[in-house]
Design a protein around this ligand. Sequence first.
Ligand code: KG4
Ligand code: ZN
Length: 343
Amino acid sequence: MKVLGIESSCDETACAIVEDGKTILSNVVATQIPFHQEYKGVVPEIASRKHTEWILPVVTQALKEANLTMNDIDAVASTNRPGLMGALLVGLTFAKSLAWSNNKPFIAVNHMLGHMYAAHLANDIEYPYLGLLVSGGHTIICKVTDFDQVEVLGTTIDDAVGEAFDKVAKFHGFGYPGGVIIDKLAQNGNPKAANFPIPLINKGEKGEHRYDVSYSGLKTAAINQLDQFWNPEFEKTPENIAASFQETAVKILLSRLFKAVEDTGLKTIVAGGGVAANSRLRSMLAEHPEINCIFPPLKLCTDNGAMIAGVAYHFLNRGETSPMTTTATARVTEFKRGLKTKS
Ligand code: KG4
Ligand code: ZN
């Protein structure tokens, strides 16, 4: 079964065609980064306008690269949540129109299920496992028992990890998007140049914050309190700032993740989301051979249509499609601690 998947929740206009939830026949991603760069962050109105401009050429290109026409496509899928409202609506409305006019089923997909699925496109992975969803908007440690069964164990109590990368980079003038630039700078910096603290999170009466993380403290330390944590032996270069920040950002994540490994006994970790591209996160996890950590290929960490088409295939396989009345939702309620996703 061939599914055409569209993704437009943020600043990438993307379309991919995936066969049987596994084989990527085409994967086109038109990134808007240069258009948001001068504002040092995503401007929602610019994002919506660019999606409107690019959606048709991107979908046309995906069909062309796969050497297929709409006659060969079995279903059309699109992200419908969470994301920027105007941006989501462009992809969703286009996908519904494409499905309706070609008499194909339509499937709406939760963007976060897409990120969780990305590693499955390149690996055979068995359930259950621990999921690590790390992006610009989310930081989630979860137990995953099926493609749509995600139980959130821990989340951030303030900023998402990707957001912290972006804000620290923005403040120090490193550029946009911050994550990939900090990752690059850090390769020539010393992680010991600053001793940023790892926050201790109050576990709560019922231990419900056991797997939670916090990034606002590290963000403030790396922005406003740099002198306080700086090791005077080191020069305050962008490389050293980046390396020290990144080291602590990854350590915060792993401190909670390892707790979840210990408590659940699950030794397979599957990562997803933009921050899963981080080289230090990958190298630190590789230092633990007792854990089997699976990352998506770099191109599938950040937003793409293949992950959406992959998830949609499994819904389709179960006979679950979405009505044409499906609308977009900016925020989701599914990914809250203790809750299991429904779709
Ligand atoms: O998944 P994604 O493309 O969009 C969201 O759903 O948010 O993730 C984007 C986030 C941004 O915060 C970006 O700075 C971060 O992922 N990111 C990285 C790296 N590449 C992208 N963060 C750390 N290291 C990277 N190599
Ligand atoms: Zn994303």
